[in-house]
Design a protein around this ligand. Structure first.
Ligand SMILES: [Zn+2]
Length: 295
């Protein structure tokens, strides 16, 4: 499943192609993906100019000049392929994927743009979906209303985490996976961040805060490494999006760089540690960590 870094990589690939362009032809090839397409989907897009290509958690949001937003989720297996227009050379788009799809029967939507490019949405398992929502209603929309802060934005502060963790007698791992606290941070990146911060996934979330409500030192450590882990994945995936669609959502390059994720029984990578990576299950999810250096 694509995680936040993979969705951000897709956004960065789509943005230069789509921004400022008009939808000139939209082919919707089936009535539904995970949910039915909105009524009049193609007609509502055609003629609209794209004013922004944004991301919120794992959702792509394409703002339209008429006031609606195209909200897209890639589900388990969704991906886009780009066929640049005749006047454009592939180099302009920084190594993004250009092919017409090995399984054209899974090409469900084709967006034609005024720059003569065609962007095809392919999704074999069809867990992805597309919605049209008025931009003004996005903050109160059920998908977004209770969503936590962006882990790559300025809202991720030690004080924010300390406040949200106050009195929370749940495992730190589960707290960090709670999408109402931080949106879009998945299992892999929580495991990795906890290792980099030297914090046990089993410690109580409430230990992020002090008695006076301020953040503990460990909280500052944690918020420093979360963006690092995501950026590391972004940088690895950015050079190799092709890998992403053949794997479980992480690029091959980044997978090799994991400190703990998927490394059960292997030696801890921290230079000063002789520990072994263990796997436990927390809230039905695998947690990988080193009990020697994560306290
Ligand atoms: Zn260790």
């Amino acid at each position: 499943m694509p995680e936040l870094p993979e969705v951000e990589i897709v956004r960065r690939g789509l943005e230069p192609m789509m921004l400022g362009q008009q939808f000139v032809g939209v082919e919707q090839r089936r009535p539904d993906l995970r949910f039915p397409f909105p009524a009049g989907f193609a007609t509502r897009l055609e003629g609209q100019t794209i004013t922004a290509v944004r991301r919120r958690a794992k959702y792509l949001i394409v703002d339209l000049s008429g006031g609606e937003a195209l909200v897209m989720h890639l589900g388990m297996s969704g991906r886009f392929t780009i066929q640049p227009g005749v006047s454009q050379s592939p180099q302009e788009f920084g190594g993004y994927v250009y092919d017409t799809g090995a399984y054209p029967q899974h090409d469900h939507v084709v967006f034609g743009l005024s720059n003569q490019s065609r962007i095809t949405y392919n999704d074999p398992r069809r867990f992805g979906f597309m919605l049209l929502v008025p931009q003004a209603e996005l903050p109160t929309h059920p998908l977004f209303a209770s969503m936590g802060i962006e882990p790559l934005g300025p809202d991720l502060t030690a004080l924010y985490l300390a406040k949200r963790a106050q009195g929370k007698r749940v495992a730190l791992k589960s707290f960090l996976l709670d999408q109402r606290i931080i949106a879009g941070l998945g299992n892999i990146y929580v495991c990795e961040a906890l290792h980099h911060a030297g914090l046990s996934p089993r410690r109580l979330a409430s230990t992020l805060g002090l008695r006076n409500g301020g953040p503990a030192d460990r909280t500052a450590r944690l918020i420093a490494v979360i963006p690092d882990v995501l950026h590391q994945a972004l940088n690895a995936g950015g050079s190799s999006l092709r890998d992403y669609r053949h794997t479980d959502g992480t690029s091959g390059d980044f997978q090799r760089a994991f400190a703990v994720y998927g490394r059960e029984g292997e030696p801890c990578k921290r230079s000063s540690c002789n520990g072994t990576v263990a796997r436990i299950v927390q809230a039905q999810r695998s947690t990988f960590y080193c009990a020697s250096c994560q306290r």
